[in-house]
Ligand binder design. Structure first.
Ligand SMILES: *[C@@H]1O[C@H](CO)[C@@H](O)[C@H](O)[C@H]1NC(C)=O
Length: 991
């Protein structure tokens, strides 16, 4: 939600701005001056300068970091040693403890610390009480598995002089070649180098040093002093070592300069993806200037960026420091586990020598340069080799996407604000009146009494329970916002407890830190503190959060944290958290810890009845946030450019391990034209998280208000989402167990086709073979969609064949969402229109079988559970695989689930839920005249045997493919069965 700067009357400002806003055409732009460029961030500037020095000296540049050969030890999959940093002036060698863990999963983890800080042999300035060590607790929040050390990893006997070679990974096919002088690591897979550390010599660990107070320059010699300063190596620019001031805020920096940096090269790789959250293309751009490139590095420093701009490396609300490099036949990656402010430079170069002579299978190399302000250097190395393998091991490491409740993947209706409980009930009734499905209605901050969370405004929401009861009648839910800022006001029990229990974030002097946010003066709960999590849990119980019912879920906004009067609209970096860590050390994890506490709280509260899966929407996130809920891309605008930007953003989040993502449908700021709104609903129907939202100053735009024909077209998009919910849910299950994206970019699905590596305007839904290419351009009545191979595709709506590798132009009048079905797939639907997804629980299924013209087979899966409880963890689910075999012409359903304690009970509850229709698209021409098929179901009495069921065949005509429909085969969704299409064709009726 929108924020801005300064401690005064926000409502007045909004009203004033909104008047301006309605008077003039909105031309909203980010206040760039509120956020640092690299040049304005001391350590960013220093590390770029360091890199410039290295590059300008090229061959004469040697990294001052060496690995002390004597120190190296290897035991049980772990290599330890001391990296020495040579200080040329003093000749001193600083000791940097190195650990490389070779993991059973095939990952390697390289960590470098600083001995002096580790041992606390340093002094902090300004009497700071901060911890002296480098922050090493990011793993506590981000990492949940995959840490087992490899038993098979070993130092190779044939290590060359001055190197240590470690063999590891599957069948010991990976090598880490660690050069000692300078310290460089090459990571190889099958004899080929895929990732290099410090190959360009940009490793930099800014060691602790005391501040030497200089005599102030004599009068008249100020210029001279300044000149002297300039001659110094800019990488050692002392002017940015200590206090730094930006936008009127001074950061005391009691620990002095402490950044960590490393260059990571991907030889032979042209494309890199990841490091959300930014706007701009999926395939990341170069960042050191030049035509079409960015000038600044990609920045990760979670911030509430007001009216953010397109195609920018500027930071946004969330950060996942995970990058994948991809070329035909190989995907590799790195996770830079650091929670401080981080920047990433990217440059690409064409290889001049014959790449094959270098043993590299690409013509372009991507070189990246990572730097973080504080903390240890800690990097995980992924050698793939496929995108699927990387997603899986990243999930194993940081946790898989939460399996959400069924309602959470249906449609959400939000605005700032539904103003009264009667308003909410009225909107609810209007959806029903117009037969438009929705599952969740949302309350933004105005429902509270004076922005005090856990309270209701008694004037506007006198009967919250009555409101939730009405919603529950159609299995609908309410989501209410709860933010981390706690109003600093008298007689507010939440604030009183926060203070008396001493659970708030402190300022650098150790007093409770006071900042400005929606409620005015506020305190912030410090969810890094286990005691704060316990307290947070206590706030959500029904007797404390009065007026909240079981169908109320939570939206955690402003958790970067957003602070209206803070530096870069966030917390001062020298604020203090639990354990005496400075805010700078852990900033990017702050939002995650708040969601973690809310997750624990809402889970515990549900346990008082029957445990249900929490649903939480978060704006700020970090690696690991996927375990707890959904994210959205924050405060976008009702502009075509923002609709267009949403696809790469959602796709990028997916390949970066947090696929439960969406953008505000319609655009948050401004009033969308009706065609934009329609197109946004069509695209939004393919966001994993599908929510419409609007700013308080915008006109109402609930779908039923759109008027004909827009209302009908929007309803069609919503119905499509609801019909495909079984396919969506199955895709979420894959994300939950495999770490795979829910909507997938072309490169991820077709990793060998370079022509598709940069595509980011079309998406595949899970493994269904559904390929959507929403219209993203104003006035467009067609879209171009790229097909990676010769597999036939069919138009979802009319079964027209689209075939051939390359670009195809699809018709897309306003009422049509371009959507294709790829041959070789089977996907499930539920076609009966209902008010909400909960009411579809026992509805019958339609299976769509999509066949190729070359009579290839098809397969697909369905995952189904109660959509609410944790019983699926004990086997309470249906998991089927559908296979159509082209040779035998038999479609089968087989069980791929696992039995558990609760399997039978669930199967029982689903008894009688059947497949009501099978549609075969691209049906063989020889089926002409077919009128029936043979159906057999497991468990049916032998006497029942095989049944004949009607089948209707439709011949191909024009571009339209042939198709066949089996109506009501009377087979159960939870049972094994087969439908034999080979029969029935034989006994053609006479004409
Ligand atoms: C929340 O954090 C606690 C403490 O680090 C951890 O034990 C728990 O698993 C986290 N919850 C989730 C859902 O990741």
């Amino acid at each position: 939600m929108r924020s801005s700067n300064g401690p005064f009357n926000w409502t007045a400002v909004f009203l004033f701005l909104s008047c301006l806003y309605t008077l003039f055409t909105p031309a909203l732009t980010v206040k760039k001056q509120d956020f640092k460029t690299c040049d304005q961030s001391g350590f960013c500037k220093r590390n770029r300068a360091y890199s410039d020095t290295a590059i300008s000296q090229s061959s004469s540049w040697t990294s001052p970091y060496t690995l002390d050969a004597q120190s190296i030890a290897f035991k049980g999959g772990q290599l330890t040693g001391i990296v020495l940093k040579n200080l040329p002036q003093s000749g001193e060698n600083l000791r940097l403890p190195l650990t490389i863990n070779f993991l059973e999963s095939g990952l390697a983890r390289v960590s470098i610390d600083e001995e002096k800080r580790q041992k606390g042999e340093i002094e902090l300035r300004h009497g700071s009480k901060a911890r002296k060590e480098r922050y090493n607790e990011a793993e506590k929040w981000a990492i949940v598995g995959g840490q087992q050390l490899s038993k098979g990893a070993a130092v190779s006997k044939d290590s060359e002089e001055g190197t240590t070679k470690v063999l590891y990974g599957p069948a010991s096919g990976y090598e880490a070649i660690i050069r000692h002088r300078p310290f460089v690591i090459d990571f190889k897979r099958d004899g080929e180098t895929h990732i290099q550390f410090n190959e360009r010599g940009l490793l930099n660990v800014e060691h602790w040093r005391p501040k030497i107070e200089k005599e102030p320059p004599k009068e008249g010699e100020e210029n001279k002093a300044e000149e002297e300063q300039k001659i110094v190596d800019p990488a050692e620019d002392e002017s940015t070592w200590w206090e730094e001031t930006f936008g009127g805020n001074t950061d005391s920096k009691p620990k002095g300069p402490e950044s960590v940096a490393l260059d990571v090269s991907f030889p032979g790789y042209e494309h890199v993806y990841g490091v959300p959250e930014h706007t701009g293309p999926l395939s990341l751009l170069q960042t050191r200037g030049g035509e079409g490139n960015h000038d600044d590095p990609y920045r990760l420093y979670n911030s509430d960026v007001f009216e953010y701009e397109m195609d920018s490396p500027m930071t946004l609300y969330g950060a996942i420091p995970f990058m994948q490099a991809h070329r035909a036949g190989s995907t590799v990656g790195v996770l830079w586990l650091n929670a401080a402010e981080t920047w990433i430079d990217i440059v690409k170069s064409k290889l001049s020598a014959n790449p094959l002579s270098l043993g590299i299978k690409g013509t372009t190399t991507t070189q990246t340069h990572w730097f973080s302000e504080a903390g240890i250097l800690d990097v995980f190395v992924f050698l793939g080799p496929t995108p699927q393998a990387i997603s899986k091991s990243y999930g194993e490491l940081t946790g898989y996407t939460q399996l959400p409740q069924q309602f959470a993947i249906a449609y959400h209706q939000c605005r700032w604000n539904y103003v009264t409980d009667e308003d909410v009930k009225d909107v609810d009734r209007k959806f029903d009146k117009h037969s438009i499905p929705y599952d969740v209605i949302w309350l933004d901050i105005e429902y509270t009494e004076e922005k005090k969370y856990f309270t209701w405004d008694g004037m506007t929401f006198p009967d919250p329970l009555g409101m939730q009861k009405q919603l529950d009648e159609h299995e609908r839910k309410l989501v209410a916002i709860i933010d981390p800022h706690i109003k600093n006001t008298a007689n507010y029990w939440v604030k009183d407890e926060l203070v008396s229990k001493d659970l708030a974030i402190k300022n650098k002097d150790g007093n409770i830190w006071d900042g400005w946010c929606w409620p005015g003066s506020s305190y912030w709960v410090d969810c890094f503190n286990p005691a704060a999590i316990e307290w947070w849990k206590s706030l959500f119980t029904y007797d404390r959060f009065k007026g909240s019912a079981r169908n109320l879920f939570i939206w955690n906004d402003m958790n970067e944290p957003s602070v209206f009067n803070g530096p870069e609209t966030t917390s001062p970096k020298d604020n203090m958290h639990h354990g005496n860590w400075e805010h700078r050390d852990l900033h990017n994890i702050n939002g995650l810890t708040f969601v973690n506490a809310t997750y624990a709280a809402t889970l515990q509260r549900s346990k008082s009845e029957a445990p249900q899966r929490p649903f939480i929407l978060t704006r700020s996130f970090y690696a690991g946030s996927q375990r707890m809920g959904a994210m959205w891309t924050g405060d976008n605008q009702a502009l075509w450019s923002h609709l267009k930007a949403s696809l790469p953003m959602v796709l990028n989040n997916g390949v970066s391990g947090f696929p439960f993502a969406g953008a505000d449908v319609g655009g948050f700021f401004g009033n969308p034209e009706k065609d934009l709104l329609v197109r946004w609903y069509q695209a939004g129907a393919f966001y994993p998280f599908f929510r419409a939202h609007a700013h308080i100053d915008t006109r109402r735009r609930e779908p039923y208000l759109a008027g004909s024909p827009y209302r009908e077209i929007i309803t069609k998009a919503l119905r499509l989402r609801y019909a495909l919910l079984p396919s969506w849910y199955t895709a979420f299950r894959e994300a939950h167990t495999e770490g795979w994206p829910i909507v997938r970019p072309n490169w991820w699905v077709h990793p060998s086709d370079p022509a598709g590596f940069a595509l980011d305007k079309q998406m595949y839904l899970g493994s269904t073979g559904l390929l959507v290419a929403p219209v993203l351009e104003e006035g467009a009545t067609s879209v171009d969609v790229y097909l990676a191979d010769e597999t036939p595709y069919y138009d979802y709506w009319d079964f027209e064949l689209v075939k051939g590798r390359g670009m195809h132009t699809l018709d897309a009048p306003l009422e049509k969402l371009p959507l294709l079905m790829r041959a070789g797939h089977v996907f499930p639907r539920r076609d009966r229109p209902r008010r909400s997804s909960g009411l579809m629980r026992y509805d019958p299924f339609t299976l769509v079988v999509v066949l190729g013209t070359d009579a290839q087979g098809a397969e697909g899966t369905l995952y189904l559970d109660d959509g609410e409880s944790f019983d699926y963890e004990q086997g309470a689910f249906i998991h089927r695989k559908f296979t159509y075999d082209a040779a035998t012409q038999i479609l089968r359903s087989e069980d791929i689930g696992e039995k558990g304690k609760k399997s039978d009970a669930y199967a029982m509850s689903m008894q009688g839920v059947r497949v009501e229709r099978v549609i075969v698209v691209g049906a063989p021409a020889e089926w002409k005249g077919k009128e029936e098929v043979d159906v057999a179901e497991e468990g049916a009495k032998a006497s029942a045997g095989t049944r004949k069921v009607d089948c209707v065949f439709h011949e191909a005509s024009g571009k339209k493919a042939a198709w066949a429909v089996v109506r009501d085969p009377r087979v159960e969704i939870g049972k094994g069965w087969k439908i034999d299409f080979s029969s029935g064709a034989r006994d053609k009726k006479e004409l």
